[in-house]
Design a protein. Structure first.
Length: 332
């Protein structure tokens, strides 16, 4: 459970474990769905809790279960679209069993020949983010020079593989030697570098992109965004997906090189995955065959037991996750 509202990066002490046996059931006449949670997803957006705001989900609220994405099995349903035994992914709570009233966020899982945990990552919200951001915002084409920051995360590893499948030249940055090795040797990136070993991001990007960058898929913001701006080619595109380097700063770092948007006629566009879920069926049709044919790989950072959740969530903000971070509560 969450202790209180939080503002900024969560700490393990912001959460505590509570054991209670409550008899959950779907209230008479309600459209709620009672589920057993199988996999919980740790995602950076969960830090943006603060106090409740109209129209926004509050992920942390005093003495309430943490709210987040997960994969669950339906035990009972008052909703006509869901039946006992269905597998679903969507917004649930960090509990072994949840009564979900926000059923509009639930997607039924029809394809179970792939790991179910994938619906927290490559086949869930982060996958949709990669798909909508890369194809929808970046206007990619064969031969483009593509740079992705936080490239070994839940979103980044997929963006890089989409770009490779299209025939782009792809470079990613990540925060350790091991992550860099995996990007190059397992996920097919042309090059990768450890940004923590670079003092001058501009020089690093010039080394990997002597001819400049056509597409920058930005997951981190701040100084990396500033350096990327200096290296964009004419008519380059920047998809502003996330700014994880800024989330814990009291004052956000200023970006000084915006003039390059003009010089190089760059299009820089932010996006929210929630605006793109209508593309989910099309996304599945694209990505499932790639997974089945082994054309796309996906690395997950798996921990077992709800008690591992707080550390797994907090670890996202220091890069402790090695791939998409998932907490396993139960097999089906
Ligand atoms: P990740 O799985 O990539 O986990 C976060 C990673 O960020 C860490 O593993 C770490 O990797 C890196 N990181 C942490 N702190 C810093 C820092 N100060 N500077 C640079 N890198 C840092 O997360 P996701 O793939 O799920 O999300 C990627 C980004 O996309 C996030 O910014 C997230 O908020 C955003 N997002 C946006 C969505 C949208 O709709 N626009 C939807 C989903 C996510 P490393 O070891 O490489 O440092």
């Amino acid at each position: 459970l969450a202790r209180d509202y939080i503002d900024g990066i969560p700490k393990e002490s912001d959460m505590y474990l509570s054991t209670a046996s409550t008899k959950l059931q779907v209230p008479e006449g309600s459209e709620a769905v009672l589920v057993k949670n199988l996999y919980l997803s740790c995602d950076p957006y969960m830090r943006g809790a603060k106090k409740p705001e109209p129209g926004r989900i509050t992920f942390f609220a005093p003495n309430s279960p943490v709210v987040g994405y997960g994969v669950s099995k339906v035990l009972a349903s008052g909703h006509p679209d869901f039946r006992e035994g269905d597998l679903v992914w969507g917004i649930t709570t960090w509990e072994e069993y949840s009564l979900i009233t926000r059923t509009e966020s639930l997607f039924k899982i029809h394809h179970t020949d792939v790991p179910l945990s994938y619906y927290t990552g490559i086949l869930g919200m982060p996958g949709m983010t990669a798909y909508a951001g890369f194809y929808g915002i970046c206007s990619p084409k064969k031969g483009d020079f593509v740079y992705i920051s936080s490239a070994f995360g839940a979103v980044g590893q997929l963006v890089g593989q989409f770009a490779k499948l299209l025939g782009c030249y792809v470079v990613g940055s990540a925060g350790s030697k091991e992550k860099v090795e995996i990007l190059k040797n397992k996920l097919g990136f042309d090059e990768a570098f450890n940004y923590k070993e670079e003092e001058d991001y501009d020089a690093a990007l010039k080394r990997y992109f002597p001819q400049g960058i056509d597409i920058y898929f930005d997951n981190v913001g701040g100084k990396m965004l500033d350096a990327a701006l200096l290296n964009m080619r004419l008519h380059g595109r920047i998809a502003v997906c996330g700014m994880i380097s800024q989330y814990d700063l009291e004052e956000h770092q200023g970006v000084r090189n915006l003039m390059h948007l003009i010089y190089q006629r760059i299009r820089m566009e932010g996006f929210f995955v929630y605006d793109h879920y209508h593309l989910y069926p099309e996304f599945l049709e694209t990505v499932l065959p790639y997974i089945r044919q082994g054309k796309i790989d996906y690395v997950e950072h798996i921990t077992h037991g709800i008690e591992t959740g707080p550390a797994a969530l907090v670890g996202l903000f220091s890069g402790l996750n090695f791939g998409k971070s998932v907490v396993v509560l139960a097999q089906e």
